[in-house]
Ligand binder design. Structure first.
Ligand code: ADP
Length: 283
């Protein structure tokens, strides 16, 4: 099977093969230094272990895709990265996760502030039952990022512009966000996440509730956002991972089997489980 035909990649994805000598990781070709690092992460739900010994570097200004069959632990791992599992009863995590060298699980970490630095976009768009303006303004207000009303207004407009939504909503800023289409709501949620200047954006199957046109818009947006943020996306679509990401990690039964440039994962995987998955033998 010619995997290049099955998983077409764009030129920039291929360009991720460029080696940055300052950031060489054994066996990997990467273009920037790691911002977020996980080492030997284990996750348990009660007595059941959902992740075993997961270690990965998430590089800044790149999109990292996490793929694998349903139930293999992708979302569990994503939720570890901004401590969303803290609120899951019976969930226990061991290992280390650092953001720019700081332990995100240290006892003195302010979790609200952390989730501002590592924002999250969910599978189903979840705007607050408030106006479009208030949805975006909420984060900067609680994080104390806008001193005056004019700062807040500027932040709302800029965030909507960055999310490619401003032109579509500029005449209805004070109408309920729930009146937007699903694709617009998802871009609003992305605008809401970037309004508080995160370093990392986590996206858990952000397009699975969207039609192909809305999916295309969110993918284009991710492509632009990666210039300024690290993005980690969980996706069940291997085509999407091949289209948007520069690095891909393959999970199977709670193990991170392999992580490499997206090109290598889809065209020359090392592990037979990865090859079997991307060639459709299971999943
Ligand atoms: P994926 O995102 O790859 O579909 P998940 O991370 O959702 O996988 O799930 C990994 C494993 O952890 C599955 O066996 C799932 O049933 C289990 N799991 C996920 N969330 C919970 C939870 N809140 N409580 C108990 N088990 C869970």
């Amino acid at each position: 099977m010619n995997l290049n035909t099955v998983y077409p990649m764009n030129e920039v994805t291929m360009a991720a093969d460029l080696v940055d000598v300052n950031a060489v990781e054994e066996g990997l070709r990467v273009v920037s230094s790691p911002g977020l690092t996980a080492e030997n992460v284990n996750v348990y739900y009660g007595d059941i272990q959902a992740l075993q010994d997961v270690s990965i570097n998430i590089y800044s200004k790149q999109i990292t895709a996490l793929i694998g069959p349903s139930g293999c632990g992708k979302s569990t791992f994503l939720r570890c990265l901004n401590r969303m599992n803290d609120v899951v009863d019976g969930c226990r995590i061991t290992g280390n996760i650092t953001l720019n060298g700081e332990d995100i699980y240290a006892s003195d970490v302010d979790v609200v502030e952390l989730r501002g630095r590592i924002g999250m976009v969910f599978q189903k768009p979840n705007p607050f039952p408030k106006s479009i303006f208030e949805n975006i303004a909420y984060g900067p207000k609680i994080h104390g990022l806008a001193e005056h009303r004019s700062d807040l207004e500027e932040c709302v407009v800029t965030s909507l512009q960055k999310a490619g939504l401003f032109e579509e909503v500029k005449d209805r800023m004070h109408q309920p966000a729930t009146g937007l289409s699903g694709g617009q709501q998802q871009r609003l949620c992305i605008a809401r996440a970037i309004a508080i200047n995160p370093e990392v954006l986590l996206m858990d199957e952000p397009c699975s509730a969207l039609d192909p046109i809305a999916t295309g818009k969110v993918e284009d947006l991710m492509w632009e956002l990666k210039e300024n943020y690290s993005i980690v996306i969980v996706t069940h679509s291997m085509q999407q991972a091949a289209r948007v990401s520069q690095r891909t990690g393959f999970f199977h039964l709670g193990d991170l089997v392999e992580v490499d440039s997206t090109e290598n994962i889809f065209q020359n995987p090392v592990d037979s489980r990865t090859r079997d998955y991307i060639t459709g033998r299971f999943g």
